[in-house]
Ligand binder design. Structure first.
Ligand code: 2V2
Length: 285
């Protein structure tokens, strides 16, 4: 449309593309690792703000759809969500710039600190509660994660835990990851309705959250051990659930079991889980 008949955007933010970051303001530092979309580096934004910069490998992501969604994602702000600062979309590869978490993934943190975390039910339960708060915020905003797991949570200073990469699963082009038959599909975190119909919802996130609680209380064990994906699908569909981790209070295991109710309606919301875990935590500690 010609500029004259294009409506003036309601808020200044829209007109100045405030989700667009000028790459000249970014200083790229050491490599942090690589994920579904390629290499991620530590970076400094405007000279002082610590960031993580995902450099999107060509062909790994439906970029235009993501750039559209980024406008929504930058508005999701909570102390237990890894903040999306913005994108550099005027060049290729595009960059996704987020908050930096100094201790890396929760899964590696649990495995590295098993000895000090092992007996500390208070700390482990606090980690569960932090993730639950982040997920309750997403639930309130009708936002589904689609790949909640300890590997997709990050740890900052003072044992802060935040949920990362929420909603990004929708933009992955690798069908080994997106189709439930694919080798990269997170079968062990998926409820029956996702295994059978890929029907994602906040209640499928709640199932995955139960598995994440199990990961936390086992200090990062692989759910179902070395069972093949087909064996896990069979067990989940027959209602066989993960056993209680040795060091876990039975009241906490009860919460996990509710997250693994076969039908989504019987699973608690994150809102309810948050309150239940707070009560359990006061009762036990
Ligand atoms: C020492 N500190 C750090 O390492 N800190 C950090 C490491 C990473 C990091 C590094 C390498 C790879 C990945 N990674 C992992 N899994 C992913 C999974 C997906 C989905 C779509 C499959 C869910 C998408 C992107 C990623 C992804 O970028 C991350 C998050 C990100 N952030 C914010 C940090 O503070």
């Amino acid at each position: 449309a010609s500029p004259c008949d294009r409506p003036v955007p309601a808020t200044a933010g829209l007109s100045h593309d405030k989700w667009e970051i000028d790459p000249a303001e970014l200083m790229l530092l050491e490599e942090l690792g690589s994920g579904q979309f390629g290499v991620v580096r530590h970076g400094k934004w405007k000279g002082s703000i610590d960031t993580a910069v995902k450099m999107m490998k060509e062909g790994t992501m439906s970029e235009d759809d993501f750039i559209e969604e980024a406008k929504v994602m930058t508005k999701l702000q909570h102390q237990n969500l890894v903040q999306l600062y913005g994108v550099c979309s005027k060049h290729r590869p595009i960059y996704i710039v987020t908050e930096y978490m100094r201790h890396g993934s929760l899964l590696n943190y649990l495995r590295r600190h098993e000895n000090s975390l092992g007996g500390n039910n208070g700390l482990l339960l606090d980690m569960c509660i932090q993730v639950c708060k982040g997920m309750a915020y997403l639930e309130r905003h009708n936002y589904i994660h689609r790949d909640l797991a300890a590997r997709n949570c990050l740890v900052g200073s003072e044992n802060v835990v935040k949920v990362a990469d929420f909603g990004l699963a929708r933009y992955v082009l690798d069908d080994q990851y997106t189709s439930s038959g694919g080798t990269k599909f997170p079968i062990k975190w998926a409820p029956p309705e996702v295994l059978n119909y890929t029907r994602f919802s906040s209640k499928s996130d709640v199932w995955a959250y139960g598995v994440l609680m199990w990961e936390i209380f086992t200090c990062g064990k692989m759910p179902y051990g070395r069972l093949k994906n087909t064996e896990v699908v069979d067990r989940v569909q027959r209602g066989i659930i993960l056993e209680k981790p040795k060091m876990c209070f039975k009241e906490v295991y009860e919460v996990m079991r509710k997250c693994w109710s076969h039908s989504p309606e019987d699973r608690p919301s994150f809102r309810l889980l948050k309150d239940q875990l707070a009560v359990t935590s006061q009762g036990l500690l």
